[in-house]
Write a protein that binds this ligand. Structure first.
Ligand code: FAD
Length: 398
């Protein structure tokens, strides 16, 4: 008789688990609380879906025990999608996207494969409770219940609840005796209490940045920085946000030091300014030629300089220093509602890394973001979702 597998969540990891288990011969039913499947995939990569990365490495993964993901992330996501008929291409370095650059097509291909292998979807169905009685799982929903031989919990995290996220996976795991590392927002925008930078809201530049926690440098990065009305955003900030999120939760002092002109050393910048002294340019005009206009006022306030005075020997040092060391204090993050992912989740010590099966409950599997593994920006989170979904899908059938 075919094994009856229930998958909770028709997101990235649940859909790959469903295809894999159904293709291997199981009777697969996916329960999804939304009316649509793959809502987060739709929204991913600004609607383009950064599906995976050509440079997958354990260094890009985090959690209490990132090593847990070592074997699973060897999964060849490119081959998997090529076999479904979806072509990928590189963009922005080693990041991979569907050739059409449309996130929606990824959902369409996954949906088509589910149909082909006979996966059943039960939509607008929120699983409320899962129990195990002898060899069977009992799934409760809408005042009724159903049975399954194995259950794959692919419920994601609480990040961006407007996209159908839920924290129910953690509750299911806890009810079966699993421990959960408190989830916290990661890949998220940062709040700053410094109102001076709100004047630069909307300015996007490429800069070099370093995050400090209690005055200790923790991580440096070069990339996109966006000044906003609440603080800082941009892809480089998202990559620093995990550290900021953890540290601000612990009430540690956090700031980001920004180098607005990474292509010049401070010495080279001073030399350039010296050369322009004879022109007697007012500071605002000189700055207007090298940084976005909206940044001039904040820079003048921070450096305590008057934008109308001409460049002189006294101002050169202050100006060069400020442009290379703009300090922005961080008070916290935009939280789950703004986060692309939540770090933390079900502790990996209690999950078998070769199968994604619970070590506590036979036949119970966990995939994707609900597990205490999170990746950097660059396709690493979807890669984890596909690969853990594949692993659980193929093993749940055995
Ligand atoms: C705006 C945005 C952009 C992103 N862009 C990228 C990107 O370009 N590249 C990248 O690698 N990562 C990206 N991510 C992260 C990535 O989308 C997630 O890490 C990934 O989708 C997680 O997959 P998952 O299967 O764990 O959960 P999800 O894809 O979130 O799926 C979980 C599903 O479970 C359902 N569900 C939850 N609880 C229940 C329940 N009790 N009963 C029934 N159904 C339930 C939910 O409705 C949902 O459909 C992005 C995330 C966001 C929010």
């Amino acid at each position: 008789m075919k094994k009856d597998i229930a998958i909770i969540g028709a997101g990235a990891s649940g859909l790959v688990a469903a295809i894999t288990a159904a293709k291997a011969g199981a009777k697969v039913t996916v329960y999804e609380k939304s009316a649509k499947i793959g809502k987060k995939i739709h929204a991913s990569g600004n609607g383009r879906c950064n599906i995976t990365n050509d440079n997958i490495s354990l260094e890009n993964y985090h959690g209490k025990h990132p090593h847990f993901a070592k074997e699973t992330i060897q999964f060849d996501a490119k081959k998997f999608f090529n076999e479904l008929g979806l072509q990928l291409r590189r963009g922005n370095g080693t990041r991979l996207y569907p050739l059409s650059h449309q996130a929606s097509c990824v959902v369409d291909f996954l949906g088509f494969a589910c149909k082909k292998y006979g996966v059943t979807f039960v939509k607008e169905c929120e699983i409320e409770k899962i129990e195990k009685e002898n060899a069977h799982f009992i799934l409760h929903y809408h005042d009724t219940h159903t049975l399954a031989d194995a259950v794959i919990i692919a419920t994601g995290s609480g990040a961006m609840p407007n996209l159908g996220s839920s924290e129910s996976g953690y509750a299911f795991a806890k009810a079966f005796g699993h421990e959960v590392e408190k989830p916290f927002a990661a890949l998220v925008q940062l709040n700053s209490p410094e109102k001076v930078f709100t004047k630069a809201s909307g300015v996007k530049i490429e800069a070099e940045m370093e995050i400090y926690v209690d005055n200790q440098p923790k991580m440096g990065i070069k990339g996109d920085l966006l000044f906003t009305s609440y603080g800082l955003s941009g892809s480089a900030i998202l990559d620093l946000s995990r550290i900021a999120s953890r540290a601000t939760m612990k009430k540690q002092d956090v700031f980001i030091m920004i180098d607005l002109l990474p292509d010049f050393s401070q010495q080279a910048l001073k030399a350039l300014l010296q050369k322009q002294l004879p022109l007697k340019l007012p500071l605002y005009l000189w700055l207007n030629g090298i940084i976005p206009k909206k940044l001039i006022e904040p820079i003048m306030i921070v450096a305590k300089l008057d934008a109308n005075t001409p460049l002189n020997n006294k101002t050169i040092n202050t100006l060069a220093y400020t442009l290379k060391n703009l300090k922005v204090s961080i008070s916290g993050t935009r939280g789950a509602k703004g986060a692309e992912i939540m770090a933390g989740g079900i502790l990996t010590e209690e999950i078998n890394p070769k199968t994604m099966e619970s070590k506590l409950v036979k036949g119970l599997y966990f995939t994707g973001e609900v597990v205490d593994i999170d990746g950097d920006c660059g396709g690493y989170n979807l890669h984890w979702a596909w690969s853990s979904g594949y692993r659980a899908g193929e093993n749940s059938v055995l």
